[in-house]
Every structure is written in C-alpha cells, then in structure tokens.
Design a protein around this ligand. Sequence first.
Ligand code: SAM
Ligand code: SF4
Length: 463
Amino acid sequence: MSLSPVAGVGKARRGLHMITWGCQMNVYDSARMTDVLRPLGYTPVDNPADADMVILNTCHIRDRAAEKVFSELGRLRVIKDERRAEGRETVLAVAGCVAQAEGEQILKRAPYVDIVLGPQTYHRLPEMVARAARAGGSVIDTDFPAEQKFDFLPQDAAPQTAGNVSAFLTVQEGCDKFCSFCVVPYTRGAEASRPVVSVLAEARRMVAGGVREITLLGQNVNAYHGEGPDGGVWGLARLAYALAEIPGLDRIRYMTSHPRDMDDALIMAHRDLPALMPFLHLPVQSGSDSILKAMNRGHTADDYRRLVDRLREARPDLALSSDFIVGHPGETDEDFEATMRLIGDVGFALAYSFKYSVRPGTPAAGAPLQVAETVKDQRLQALQALLREQQDDFNGSVVDRVAPVLFTGRGRKPGQMVGRSPWLQAVHVDGSDDLVGTVCPVLITTRLSNSLAGHLIEECALA
Ligand code: SAM
Ligand code: SF4
C-alpha cells in the first residue's frame, strides 16, 4: 500500500467515512475516532467513494457478526480498487468488537484491510495510520493497554458533538459479570471507570458546544466507580449530582444499567434530581428464576419487581425499558411464561428483544438443551406482541398531557421540528429553528406509530 505521508499533520484535507454498527458506545467511539483523526486533516464525508479513509466500527453481540463484516469489506474493497485505479489511495480500517474478537483472522481473509483496531486503542489511530503508511503493510492493535484511551482524546473541544443538542459520553467500559450468553467481557475487557474530573471536563466542553442533554454510557454504567477529585471512589449517583450542577445541562440519562448495581444512592438521585430523566433502561433478560440463574445474572425475577417498585416510589413518573432474550439454552415453555408474567407485572414503555444467538467462547454456547429456532421464533413473536401493546399504551398515556420537550432539530416535513419527551419519545410540532436546544412545554395531541405529535403551549424564548 502506498499512502501519502501523514507526518505533516493538518495540511491536506482528507475524507473520512465512518460506518457504525451496534450500540451507543460504538456511536460514541466513532465520534471520538473522528476527533482523533481531525488533526491529521480528516473530515467526515458521506460517500465512501470520496473517502481517503473508511472505518468500519463493528459489533459482535449477535449472530453472523463476522460474516456481515466480511461482506461489507468486500463492498468496500471494490471502492478501494476503483479509487486506486484513479490514483487515489484509501485506508481501510476495521474497529470495534469484531476487530477485537477476530484480530489476525481479518487480515488473513481480507488482506486489503490496512488497520485492525480494538475498542480500547482508538486513541492510537494517528500512529497506526502513520505506521501503515510507513510500513506499506497492515497494522493490528487489539491490546487492552494500561493507559486509558480517554486521556488521549483532544482536550480543547468536543468537535463531534458541536451543533448537537444531545450527546453520548462514555464513563465506564467493559464488564466483569460474565453473563452466560455475552461476549462483552471478552471483547471490551474488564470493567473500568473514567475519573470524575475527566468526565466533568468532557461534559462541560459538550455543554459549552451547545449540548443540553448527556447520556452517560457504559456496558454497566451503574457499576461506575470513578476516582473522585477528593481521592475517594465516586458511584454513578454522586457523578450525576455533580453533573446536575453544570449550568445549561438540562437533562441527564444513563445506560445500560444492571439490576444488581442499582444502589440506594442512585434510586435517591432519581428522587432528588429533576435533571435525571424519568426513563431507565434496566435489562432483565428473562422472568424465570432458573434461566436468570443459568444466565448468571445474579438476581431473581422478584428482586427485579421489588427494585422497580422502589424506583417508582422514588420517582412516580419513571418509565422503564428493558432487554429480553428468548430461547436461552434450557428455556422451557414455563420459563417463557414466567417472562411474559414479569412483563405483564412491570409494564415497559419500550423494550429490545432478541432470540438467543450462540456466541462462540461463551458458557451458554456449549450448554446442553439448545432451543430450536422455530420455538425461539414463536416465543419472540408472542413476546414482541405484548411489548408492542405496552409501548402503544404507554405512548397513548401521554396524549392530552403537557410534556417538556427538548428540541433537537428539524422534522421531516417543512416547518416541523422534532424533540424528545422526558421518556425518550420523539415529539413533532410545527415550529421554527429557534426551538433547537430549548425545552418547551408541548401539549401532546396525537400518538403516531413511532412518535407523538403536539403543539407548543407557550412561546419559547431561545435558552
Ligand atoms: N450490560 C447490559 C446488561 O447487562 O443488560 C447489556 C449489554 S448487551 C451489549 C445488549 C443486549 O444484547 C443484552 O442486554 C442482551 O439482551 C443482548 N444480547 C447479548 N448477547 C446476546 C446473545 N448471545 N444473544 C442474544 N442477545 C444477546
Ligand atoms: Fe454482557 Fe452481562 Fe456484562 Fe451486560 S452484564 S455486558 S449482558 S456480561
């Protein structure tokens, strides 16, 4: 491969095309990779054919992840070859959890890939680009380095969030819980939290750039235990209280939480902090105690019910969302019925549900009593029908009510603006661009299939 030199950083303008699959943490990582490449002259472009560098940021959580990556790489190779025929080189990088899990395998099957990097090493991207250019070969970096990538991000601003009203901020990564079905502990590594000072500094930069809502991210965000400015260990609740002090930060959310880490302090933070939105993603996965045990989740269905009761006592308007897996090895009809009962008892505003998918190397992959695909299909259908009904009911329950909406941008139709309710519902109103970045009371009048519509009930001045 012959790349133009990158040592004279910031000189030539280069196109960067980012393809992001998977969770919000990948969205955050893609934004940060864009930030670290900016000083080399890379700016985002929409079309891979215009890109001097394409990064495929991958997800390994469910089925056929690697196959999907190779098929996308095949497509990108064609573009790379076409550009080369025109005398233009393209750096092709594979990032994220598939890169971590497959490593060398990617370079064996797709030798035209220039860089393979794991989720913990994206701060080293500029160095990898330079190494790939110098060596004229491929570079692989899937370490779990001792240094924290967050310490190496550009500190002067949060360029990728500039102009956004709502932004993600990763505060915790990795997982030590080893659920039977999950690859995250293997691809993202051990649980680690960013220091409080670094999180608060990034949040302040985001707010200075116009962000009004921050969603704190982590594979187990409520297991957060960052080093505080006082030298002590701060939990997520304490971090939330500190964030709530930042002038201009109207809304705080966090995801994804584990029921086991939902401590008293965090429940009380929901009672005390108006900025902490009354919407919580709290995956339960199953409502059957024996499946929860087989999953190594460390709680029972009743523990979850009690936790929800306590949360709702602290914050009566709290709505819940969750993740469910159907067809985990050993799941019987009775186990599945127990999940349906739990859903009926709790009532979810939103949910994500999946058929169990074998992840090689995880404990459940080799477990006996794998469930037939047809059974998984039937269970998923029944589960999703119930969850859809609950979601519709929940969305219907806000009709004829006034809700504060944080406006984030234009809607699809001319003259239409869109924002989010406290419960993460998209809300459309007729209005002007001045609304963006403000929280305005909206009378919700209509429930549409995946959003709400309403009208402003008072003039909203620019915040
Ligand atoms: N840490 C979060 C928790 O404990 O709930 C979940 C993080 S995981 C990235 C997101 C979701 O993917 C999980 O909640 C689970 O429902 C789903 N998931 C993970 N592994 C899966 C598998 N092997 N098959 C199907 N769904 C899976
Ligand atoms: Fe995966 Fe379980 Fe860790 Fe969540 S808690 S990331 S499901 S191992």
